[in-house]
Ligand binder design. Structure first.
Ligand code: HEM
Length: 470
């Protein structure tokens, strides 16, 4: 910001430079180097009037006394977020594309001019969705301590009065509202979603998608405005020297033009290196408690925050279940001897029972299945290649295939697969997993398993597959 801060006053008392002591028709003064006089943009009378009506508790107060607070510490947190948040943003957008918006099956389906340039989500590498979803959820969680530390480091600026002295500053404050409101909204809804807690009562996907765009706009504006400040601040102190500075040696940063450094600093209760270690340690702890849900192996035992539980037994079907047969209202009668699979193409319809399917050439593939909540697991699936089923109905090169479940309700009781997803040699209508028949909860009598496909599109309790020209 180009103006000096002291005009915001100590506590609620206006300083000698305060606008309160000037008349509204005073011409806007030219900034003089070293002069503290505030500069007002158009309409100056409005900004002065706002400045005069300072609500209690706002403005530069003695409340924020930490001697650690200053542009350097803020910029240290900022640089971590600058590197990591674009990864969270990008993987979030990729996940939307993975759901197939071209088939209107991403949520929200219709997003107007926020529609992303779509492409057919690939099937290779098979762990692609596991990676994007794991990074999106995992990194989002790990960054929570850094976001909170960043907000702590800037908290006095949130209570600045006046909030703006020009239209440009007002726009910056609005972008800040989008940034702070956006990130808090995304973090809260994301955490609630992975806990399957929908207390907010609106569609998680829709809100998280639009909230994400609000955050992205605020984030972009913030980075453009603050990048020069960040670079200057980072050059102002040596990280190596800070890491050697004890609590007793910790001194406040020099007064800064934005008034972030405390005017009346208290004694340090922690050094800057201690603060960095605390935040880094917090992030590490969150990582240890969660990454096991994505990478599995020995780390799964440590993933205490895994909503689907860590102990999943040892049988062939003992791995995570997102939606049970009971929750999907699948009755044993629907999946018993009377169950038939219907295969459709333009002019042909074939109906097969499970014994007929099991008698056809089977293929086995070891593939991960990854859920939107961030967990994933790799299992060995056996069944019929989807491309063989397409050929069976005389349509070996379909443009897409619509799979329908026996499940009559729910957002994911059908899924459209792209041509590439149908034709991949490991894309299966699975009948068995890890050498045993699928359990009811894993989709008996048959389920879809396609490399890199979002978990919920690997339809369970399949009733029909229609191979389509469009
Ligand atoms: C979740 C992401 C972020 C949040 C919630 C956040 C929040 C804030 C807030 C509220 C302010 C005070 C702004 C003002 O009143 O002028 C601020 C200042 C600042 N931010 Fe961020 N920020 C985020 C990410 C970043 C990133 C990625 C950078 C890197 C460019 C960054 C660098 C800065 C800098 C350099 C300042 C000014 C420090 C000063 O006052 O001297 N921030 N941030």
């Amino acid at each position: 910001m180009s103006f000096a801060e002291p005009s915001t006053g100590e506590g609620s008392a206006p300083s000698e430079h305060s606008a309160a002591s000037r008349r509204d028709d005073t011409p806007t003064p030219e900034p003089v180097p070293g002069d503290d006089t505030p500069v007002y943009g158009f309409p100056a009378a409005l900004w002065r009037a706002v400045e005069r009506h300072q609500p209690p508790g706002l403005g530069r107060t003695h409340a924020w006394r930490s001697p650690l607070r200053g542009p350097w510490l803020t910029s240290m947190f900022g640089v971590v977020l600058l590197v990591a948040l674009p990864v969270v943003i990008l993987t979030g957008l990729l996940d939307y594309i993975a759901y197939g918006p071209q088939f209107a099956q991403a949520i929200p389906a219709e997003v107007g001019w926020l529609r992303l340039p779509g492409f057919d989500w690939p099937t290779r590498p098979a762990w692609l969705f596991r990676l994007t979803q794991g990074l999106h959820v995992g990194l989002g969680l790990v960054l929570i301590p850094v976001v909170l530390a960043k907000l702590w480091s800037e908290v006095p600026r949130l209570f600045t009065w006046p909030p703006a002295r020009s239209l440009a500053q007002l726009m910056e404050r609005v972008s800040l509202l989008m940034l702070v409101g956006g990130i808090l909204f995304e973090l809260v809804t994301g955490v609630l979603n992975i806990q399957y807690d929908y207390l907010f009562g609106f569609s998680f996907y829709t809100a998280h998608y639009y909230g994400g765009w609000v955050f992205m706009a605020g984030f972009l504006a913030h980075v453009v405005v603050k990048l020069p400040t960040m670079l200057t601040a980072l050059r102002s102190r040596s990280l190596r020297a800070e890491l050697r500075t004890t609590r007793a040696q910790t001194q406040p940063e020099p007064p800064d033009p934005d008034g972030l450094v405390a005017t009346d600093p208290g004694r340090p209760t922690i050094s800057r290196r201690g603060a960095l270690a605390l935040v880094g340690g917090g992030s590490l702890l969150v990582a240890v408690l969660t990454v096991g849900q994505t990478i599995g192996g020995f780390a799964r035992g440590a993933a205490l925050l895994l909503p689907r539980g860590r102990d999943i037994g040892g049988g062939p079907n003992d791995f995570q279940v997102n939606r049970t047969a009971l929750a999907a209202a699948i009755k044993p009668a629907d999946t018993g001897g009377g169950w038939r699979l219907t295969l459709k193409a333009a002019e042909k319809t074939i109906t097969l029972d499970r014994a007929e399917l099991a008698a056809m050439p089977q293929h086995t593939a070891t593939l991960p299945i990854a859920c939107v909540e961030g967990w994933s697991t790799t299992e060995t699936w056996t069944g019929l290649r989807l491309r063989d089923l397409a050929a069976l109905v005389g349509f070996p090169e379909p443009h897409s295939a619509e799979v329908r479940s026996l499940e009559s309700h729910g957002s994911f009781n059908r899924a459209v697969l792209t041509s590439g997803q149908v034709l991949d040699p490991d894309s299966l209508l699975a009948l068995r997993v890890n050498g045993a028949d699928l359990s009811a909860d894993h989709g008996y009598p048959a389920r879809i398993i396609v490399p890199a496909l979002p978990g919920v599109h690997n339809t369970k309790w399949v009733a029909s597959i229609e191979f389509r020209r469009s």
